[in-house]
Design a protein around this ligand. Structure first.
Ligand SMILES: [Ca+2]
Ligand SMILES: [Ca+2]
Ligand SMILES: [Ca+2]
Length: 222
C-alpha cells in the first residue's frame, strides 16, 4: 500500500443519495495517481446501462475504470475501507467494463487499454445458466465487495448480466455478495462547486446620479 496515497473526502453538500455510505467524492492523489475523483452511488436498482447514464448525466463522469493495481487499491481503500472493510457496503457495484460487443473481448467505457484485471475466483464465466446469466450470458462488470479469498487484491471482479442480481430476488436470497448495491463513478474534473463570482458593484447609483444631473441641466435651461 502506498504511504503517500492520500484522499480528500469532501463535504456533505456534494452528496445526493440519502443514507448512502461514503457518498462523497474522493480524489486519487500521490505518486502515480491520475488525480481523478471517485464516489459510490448506492441505489440498489440501476441496471448497467441506467447506472452508466446516471454516472454521466447526474455525476459528470462515467462508470469507474480500474486500469492498474494501484487504482484497485485506491478504490477499495478510499471507498470501501480497505484492510478495515466496511461491511455495510457488502454486495456488488458496477464498473465501466463490458464485453457486450464481442464475447470475451473486454473493454473499458473510456477506451482505455484493457490490461490489468482483478477477476474473482472462476471469473469471468459468462454464465448462461438461470438465474445467473440471461440469453446473452454475462457481459457487464461488477466489483464484489468484499474479499475474494482467492484474489491477492480486495474487491474481486465478476461478469454479470445487464440487470445485475437484485436483493429482492428470492433466487439470490442467500448470496449477499451478489446483491446489486449501486455503482462507482469516476470523473476527471473537480466536482467541487466553483466559488460564487464576486458581484460587480451596483451600477444603479451612478446611473441615477447621471439622470439627476441631466434633469438639473434641463431645469436650468428651462
Ligand atoms: Ca480509471
Ligand atoms: Ca460475456
Ligand atoms: Ca460471472
Amino acid at each position: 500500500m502506498r504511504t503517500a496515497l492520500t484522499s480528500v473526502a469532501l463535504g456533505a453538500a456534494l452528496t445526493l443519495a440519502a443514507g448512502a455510505a461514503k457518498a462523497t467524492w474522493v480524489q486519487w492523489t500521490g505518486p502515480g495517481a491520475t488525480g481523478n475523483w471517485y464516489r459510490l452511488v448506492e441505489d440498489g436498482a440501476s441496471r448497467w446501462t441506467v447506472a452508466r447514464a446516471r454516472a454521466q448525466t447526474e455525476f459528470g463522469g462515467d462508470l469507474a475504470t480500474i486500469t492498474s493495481a494501484d487504482e484497485q487499491r485506491f478504490i477499495t481503500s478510499a471507498l470501501f475501507g480497505g484492510s478495515q472493510p466496511d461491511e455495510t457496503l457488502r454486495g456488488s457495484w458496477w464498473l465501466g467494463g463490458t464485453d457486450a460487443a464481442s464475447e470475451g473481448a473486454w473493454t473499458w467505457v473510456t477506451g482505455e487499454p484493457w490490461s490489468f484485471t482483478n477477476w474473482g475466483e472462476s471469473q469471468p464465466d459468462n454464465n448462461t445458466n438461470p438465474p445467473f446469466g440471461d440469453a446473452n450470458g454475462e457481459d457487464y462488470l461488477q466489483l464484489v465487495w468484499r474479499t475474494d479469498p482467492t484474489s491477492t487484491l480486495l474487491g474481486g471482479w465478476n461478469d454479470v448480466r445487464e440487470t445485475g442480481y437484485l436483493a429482492s430476488d428470492p433466487s439470490f436470497e442467500t448470496l449477499p455478495n451478489l446483491w446489486l448495491r449501486g455503482f462507482i463513478v469516476e470523473r476527471t474534473s473537480d466536482p467541487r462547486p466553483r466559488p460564487e463570482p464576486v458581484p460587480a458593484p451596483p451600477a444603479l447609483p451612478l446611473f441615477a446620479a447621471a439622470l439627476l444631473g441631466l434633469a438639473a441641466v434641463r431645469l436650468r435651461r428651462a
